[in-house]
Design a binder for this molecule. Structure first.
Ligand code: MN
Length: 128
């Protein structure tokens, strides 16, 4: 298992925050700024975990999750997907799980929660 994490996120501030947080723990971040690019990158790259924003400018995160789970690339049936939801109280979380995400976290992103959620699936290279 590698340590490549794909983040599908259209907000540059969140992207930079997560990039800094994960690179400081030794992960490599692959970046997609919309849903279709996220699906394409998941299929083209070796990805060990996906962080998935729900509110995206093209297809939403639920559709991204459904396309990833139904991909012809077999590994994508099992790759961990963490949804990052802005409206956890409005049912986003349940819809994310129904779409194939494994777990969700709420915005604003808490760095310690991010580290814990990611490391639950992909150990930090710094701890090996
Ligand atoms: Mn967004």
């Amino acid at each position: 298992m590698g340590n490549n994490i794909l983040y599908v996120e259209d907000n540059p501030d969140n992207m930079l925050l997560v990039q800094r947080a994960l690179e400081s723990r030794g992960y490599k971040l692959l970046k997609a700024e919309n849903g279709l690019k996220g699906v394409t990158m998941a299929e083209a790259e070796e990805v060990d975990l996906i962080l998935l924003d729900i509110n995206l400018p093209d297809i939403d995160g639920y559709e991204v999750a459904r396309r990833i789970r139904s991909s012809a690339k077999h590994a994508l049936a099992y790759v961990p997907i963490i949804a990052v939801t802005a409206n956890a109280l409005k049912g986003d979380a349940e819809k994310a799980l129904a779409a194939g995400c494994d777990v969700y976290m709420s915005k604003p992103i808490n760095i310690r929660e991010l580290w814990a959620r990611v490391e639950a699936f992909v150990p930090s290279p710094l701890n090996k």
